[in-house]
Design a protein around this ligand. Structure first.
Ligand SMILES: *Cc1c(COP(=O)(O)O)cnc(C)c1O
Length: 384
């Protein structure tokens, strides 16, 4: 089976993890702050808080921005469920903004219209979470402009977009947002096994997220309510979690980060090769935008209709190609239907879902494997 995505583990990765295994600290040692510093330097951002998943990072980001029961959080329906669940963890109400037909990213014009309506009803969101689908950054300048006008905060779900650029600035720099979240799950652009991170330029947000990552406990005398009672002393200042990344994971992530630029370049050459091969077929290729450099976490084509998608999907799966679909619109999940969402509510997202198919895209994909995928897609389309 050729999967749609998979990690690449090198000798350097194995050595980095082995070194931690032989060291004094498996967790809460030096590898986590080192990884955080490397991400911060890479992205050009002041603070990075590494955690055990992007889901945890999204949760902490919401909490740091004051999301709670009574808050409203808007995100994209075309994403992994965690983009919306993070608001539900905090007791907030979730709503969705329909997407652009070609990129699948949150549409800034749909957002603008929805905000105008919400302003009239006094139901403006507190936080909006755009998702950089497949690694292509959203229209962050427009979203940032709306954030200023309507006073909401912005969390970028950049789980797909580690190494992507927007207006020549790396995603994660938070130039147009309060917090950016990355995922280091093995199918993503770089991996830590499991892992995530939140970046921000706001020291108070960083401090809250690091506190909540580890039970809400501090050992820093400056943060305590009173004088420490001894060297053993710590204080729990808030109700936090154990969302810590281990040193093993951080060492793997840091080792992978050294190859991030190579990985993104390799993903671009795979994408260009697919683009050329499919240019004369009746399929829509992944959208490109000037001034946005995708990380190409995914390579998804859109077919003319749902039945064709089904045929192509089944054909490739039966021939050993692990194609996938990104994503089932979140509002169609039974859990969200139970909250009152209905099918047909976000028509562009639903249409995109019905026609998309994600093809294998990962650095170790060989030309032979890619040719096999191309031949199967072309064959399935000819049969149709
Ligand atoms: C993978 C993913 C997440 C969750 O990442 P984890 O690290 O697995 O928690 C969140 N949002 C999006 C868009 C994702 O693709």
């Amino acid at each position: 089976m050729i999967p749609y995505g998979r990690q690449e583990i090198t000798r350097a990765d194995v050595d980095a993890v082995t070194e931690v295994l032989r060291s004094d600290f498996l967790t809460q040692g030096p590898a986590v702050p080192k990884f955080e510093r490397s991400i911060a330097d890479y992205c050009g951002v002041r603070h990075v808080v590494a955690v055990n998943s992007a889901t945890s990072a999204l949760h902490l980001a919401c909490l740091a921005l004051g999301v709670g029961s009574g808050s409203r959080v808007w995100t994209s329906p075309i994403s992994f469920v965690a983009s919306a669940n993070c608001a539900r963890f905090c007791g907030a109400a979730v709503d969705f903004v329909d997407v652009e037909a070609d990129t699948g990213n949150m549409s800034a014009s749909a957002l603008s219209e929805k905000l105008e309506q919400a302003a009239k009803e006094g139901l403006l969101p507190h936080v909006v979470i755009p998702v950089h689908l497949a690694g292509l950054p959203c229209d962050m300048r427009a979203i940032h402009e709306l954030a200023r006008r309507y006073s909401f905060r912005v969390i970028e779900d950049a789980s797909h977009a580690v190494g992507a650029k927007y207006l020549d600035t790396l995603v994660g720099s938070c130039r147009f947002s309060d917090i950016t979240v990355f995922s280091f799950h093995p199918v993503k652009v770089i991996t830590a096994g499991e892992g995530g991170a939140a970046s921000t330029n706001d020291p108070a947000l960083a401090q809250t997220m690091s506190l909540l990552r580890s039970h809400g406990i501090t050992r820093d005398a400056a943060e305590m309510s009173g004088a420490p009672e001894g060297a053993w002393y710590y204080e729990q200042l808030a109700l936090g979690f154990n969302y810590r990344l281990t040193d093993l994971h951080a060492a793997l992530g840091n080792s992978q980060l050294q190859r991030l630029n190579c990985y993104v370049a390799r993903r671009h050459s795979i994408a260009t090769r697919y683009d050329c091969a499919f240019s004369r077929l009746p399929v829509a290729l992944p959208a490109r935008r000037s001034e946005r450099h995708s990380a190409f976490h995914l390579y998804a084509i859109r077919l003319n209709d749902a039945s064709l998608r089904q045929r192509v999907f089944d054909r490739l799966r039966s021939d050993g190609v692990g194609v996938n679909v990104h994503y089932i619109p979140i509002h169609r999940q039974p859990y969200y239907r139970g909250l009152g969402f209905r099918q047909g509510q976000f028509p562009v997202a639903e249409d995109l879902y019905s026609r998309s198919i994600s093809l294998p895209m990962f650095p170790a994909l060989t030309d032979e494997q890619q040719d096999h995928v191309i031949a199967l897609v072309s064959g399935a389309l000819e049969e149709a």
